[in-house]
Design a protein around this ligand. Structure first.
Ligand code: ZN
Length: 108
């Protein structure tokens, strides 16, 4: 079972208290985006085998969204942080790189 520490209320919640919001750090290109870019934004999501960044809602707790960095193979959680953060904090990136030296790095 997955367990995440909510970055807001600091409660360690298991996944039954949370709701998954899918892939994190998805941005919509404004104005000059092509139809393909817009379709990618609407319909296509990464489904990596390994490090993944996901949105989670602490539904039965403080009710706030946060982002979790975890490995989809081992279920190891590298950390959580505010959903208003545009890219993963350096401390989480360092932790991932130390645990997964072959990781290619963060990309949107
Ligand atoms: Zn919370």
């Amino acid at each position: 079972m997955l367990k995440f520490k909510c970055p807001y209320c600091q409660f360690v919640a298991d996944e039954t208290e949370l709701v998954s919001g899918g892939e994190a750090h998805i941005t919509r290109e404004l104005g000059s985006s092509s139809e393909k870019d817009f379709a990618d934004y609407l319909f296509y999501r990464k489904n990596p085998r390994g490090v993944h960044f996901e949105r989670w809602l602490h539904q039965f707790g403080c009710g706030k969204w946060f982002i979790a960095a975890r490995c989809t193979l081992t279920m190891e959680v590298f950390g959580t942080y505010s959903a208003q953060t545009l890219k993963p904090p350096a401390s989480i990136i360092r932790k991932i790189k130390s645990r997964r030296p072959d990781w290619k790095g963060f990309s949107k």
